[in-house]
Design a protein around this ligand. Structure first.
Ligand code: UT7
Length: 340
């Protein structure tokens, strides 16, 4: 099994010092979707728990949503954009194939001293990005990092496919990372991937394997495709397993955890994870009914909501659980320490 980190580790503990989120104004309800594809409000609510989702305006790209979430996270942390040293943007709906969306956000918010990159781990993106960024701080390479999860999922949905288009929404969340002062910050994490299952959730064309052509456009291969049933099973299994691994690495038990923030893909997935972990749903942060699945932004938005409304308090253990295309999955346990 996974051993706890060796005593005397020289890594600095890293905390989340500020959060922010942004969701576009336009609300698309289940009733609205009934007019677009053959579906019903009842089916969507029963099978997913979703009631509405936000849809970005035509002139709003992932970087616009991400920049607003980033500004709010910086304000929350009391930090100027010019002080940001690393800007890491997780997205599967980048403004462009390149340059990376981190660079676009940098220029929008004026984080001119940061080095910027993108990270692609689908719905696991935010946790993967926090885990990556925290190592730059833990090793002393930088003093802070701004991590953004941002998605304009509406731009990659096939609005003629009822099995996918009802499930996703647009939005962004961000977090400022800094060295912890009093507590342990990120206590433990457990990330994993299985690339052999990549064809269960993907956009088939538009990359180097199937470059854009008239044929790929005609076959609607530039839209997200998902085998929902298979994804569902793996999501539950791996979110539960990675939770257990992270808890083991931290040397704590699930009852020590105050809040669990799961990827908001489906209320039934969240319920299954809660049952298997033996945790009442009241200890889960859930907003899937209002945003749908915002992929790499989902956990970041939920974290920001729970931090702002006072649910998460200093000293609380918070467990983020994610699963997404790749497949990728992961758990991250934090000891909450806001303060400046
Ligand atoms: O973020 C990345 C991770 N993504 C996920 O975790 C998503 C995981 N998967 C899921 O959440 C669920 O599998 C879905 C919500 C996608 C589907 O729920 P399900 O209970 O697995 O339904 P199903 O795919 O087995 O479909 C059941 C029926 C089918 O009809 P038949 O074949 O039984 O006649 C579908 O055609 O529901 C039908 N259906 C719909 N009916 C009304 C599928 N989509 C819709 C729809 N409205 N939007």
């Amino acid at each position: 099994m996974n051993a706890p980190p060796p005593a005397g580790s020289t890594l600095r503990p890293v905390r989340i010092a500020g959060t922010g989120a942004y969701a576009p104004a336009h609300v698309l309800t289940n009733r609205d979707l009934e007019k677009i594809v053959t579906t019903t409000d009842q089916w969507i609510v029963e099978r997913t728990g979703m009631r509405e989702r936000r849809i970005a305006a035509e002139n709003e790209a992932a970087s616009d949503l991400g920049a607003e979430a980033a500004r709010r996270a910086l304000a929350d942390a009391g930090m100027a954009a010019t002080d940001v040293q690393l800007l890491l943007a997780a997205t599967i709906t980048p403004d462009y194939p390149f340059p990376n969306t981190g660079c676009i956000i940098q220029s929008k918010i004026g984080a001119r001293h940061a080095f910027c990159m993108g990270l692609e781990a689908a719905c696991s993106g935010f946790v993967y990005a926090v885990e990556t960024a925290r190592h730059f701080i833990a090793t002393g390479t930088v003093e802070n990092a701004l991590v953004v999860g941002t998605e304009k999922m509406s731009s990659i949905l096939d609005w003629t496919d009822r099995t996918t288009c009802v499930l996703f929404g647009d939005g962004a969340g961000a977090a400022v990372l800094r060295p912890a002062k009093r507590g342990r910050g990120v206590v433990a994490s457990a990330l994993g991937s299985d690339g052999s299952l990549s064809d269960l959730l993907l956009i088939p064309a538009g990359g180097s394997r199937r470059p854009t052509s008239e044929a790929t456009v005609a076959a609607r291969e530039h839209y997200l495709r998902m085998n929902g049933r298979e994804v569902f099973k793996h999501a539950v299994t791996h979110m539960v397993r990675s939770a257990r691994t992270a808890l083991h690495r931290a040397g704590v038990v699930i009852s020590d955890v105050r809040w669990i923030i799961p990827h908001q893909a489906n209320m039934r997935i969240i319920r299954a994870v809660a049952e298997r972990l033996g945790v009442p749903l009241e200890r889960f942060v859930i907003n899937v009914e209002r945003y749908g699945n915002t992929s790499g932004a989902s956990v970041a938005i939920a974290l920001d909501e729970a931090a702002r409304d006072g649910r998460i308090r200093d000293g609380d253990l918070v467990l983020m659980l994610v699963f997404g295309g790749g497949f990728t999955w992961g758990a991250m346990l934090l000891e909450w320490e806001k303060g400046s």
